[in-house]
Write a protein that binds this ligand. Structure first.
Ligand code: NAD
Length: 260
């Protein structure tokens, strides 16, 4: 079903994005990896993924905070693979601070990477999807795209914005073989959350385990981290033909967080 199609996963050198890239490659998709990290490690990852799944895997170091670099990466995939069939807007960063102390440059960075990069990738990928009457856009939002937490104003604003963008795009392309959905995970144990665990433990003088159970997972009723593989499986499902009628949705995958 996805065999031979091409996918871009932004922010896929680590965490959730890497898991999604692996799962799409396992389905036979050619994949563009993107993100930061050690060049040798990334090249190893790229080559291993390509060899394991017998697909073409490319890597772009495009900075998702820079519109021209986002656009160039999407163009590169369209030229190299002939199409961008599946676009997963996943790149994201976090900063935690009270709103009146929130560093202005952090606000701008979070909005640029977590929200505007999705707009830029979508606007460049969409004409090709329209021409082929097929496309899947999957925006990795967050439970924070649906509800808020204190001290995460930029992240919450960006993720709510991403859910809104998802709905607008879905309406614009409805009936054209293209869907646009958001995935809203609760807490997943990735480098992004590891930093928060360590910061909370340090602030409160508590153990890593207490920071996980009593602070980080406080609002996640399952008291378990969501697994990267679960988010990847949902993304693969949304990319497939069985999800053709699902569009404009915001899928919670959060251990019950937003049911409260
Ligand atoms: P992560 O820190 O493990 O990975 C982030 C990825 O984005 C990395 O590959 C990094 O190199 C890349 N990246 C960062 N800045 C970039 C930039 N300017 N340009 C290009 N790439 C950039 O984080 P993660 O937890 O896997 O998060 C992935 C997405 O999932 C984010 O959008 C995040 O908001 C969302 N999310 C995460 C959680 C969680 O609990 N971890 C929960 C809900 C939503």
């Amino acid at each position: 079903m996805l065999k031979g199609k091409s996918a871009i996963v932004t922010g896929s050198t680590s965490g959730i994005g890497l898991g999604i890239a692996r799962s799409l490659a396992a389905q036979g998709c050619n994949v563009m990896l993107n993100g930061f990290g050690d060049a040798t490690q990334i090249e190893k990852l790229r080559a291993a993924l390509a060899a394991e799944h017998k697909v073409t895997v490319l890597y772009s170091s495009a900075d998702m905070a820079k519109p021209l670099e986002v656009a160039a990466m999407v163009d590169q995939v369209a030229r190299r693979f002939g199409s961008v069939d599946v676009l997963v807007n996943n790149a994201g960063v976090q900063h935690v601070a009270p709103v009146d102390e929130f560093p202005v440059e952090k606000w701008d960075q979070i909005l640029a990477i977590n929200l505007s990069s999705a707009f830029h990738a979508i606007r460049i990928a969409l004409p090709g999807m329209r021409a082929r009457n097929w496309g899947r856009i999957i925006n990795i939002a967050s439970a924070h795209g649906l509800v808020a937490s204190p001290f995460k104003s930029a992240y919450v604003a960006a993720k709510h914005g991403l859910v809104g963008l998802t709905k607008s795009v879905a309406l614009e392309v409805a009936g054209k073989g293209i869907t646009c959905n958001a995935v809203c995970p609760g807490y997943v144990l990735t480098p992004l959350v590891e930093t928060q665990i360590q910061d909370r433990a340090k602030e409160r003088g508590i153990s890593r385990e207490d920071a996980i159970n009593n602070v980080i997972l406080e609002r996640q009723p399952s008291k378990e981290f969501v697994k990267i593989e679960e988010i990847a499986a949902l993304t693969v499902f949304l990319a497939g033909d069985a999800a053709a009628s699902i569009t404009g949705a915001a899928y919670s995958i959060d251990g019950g967080w937003t049911a409260q």
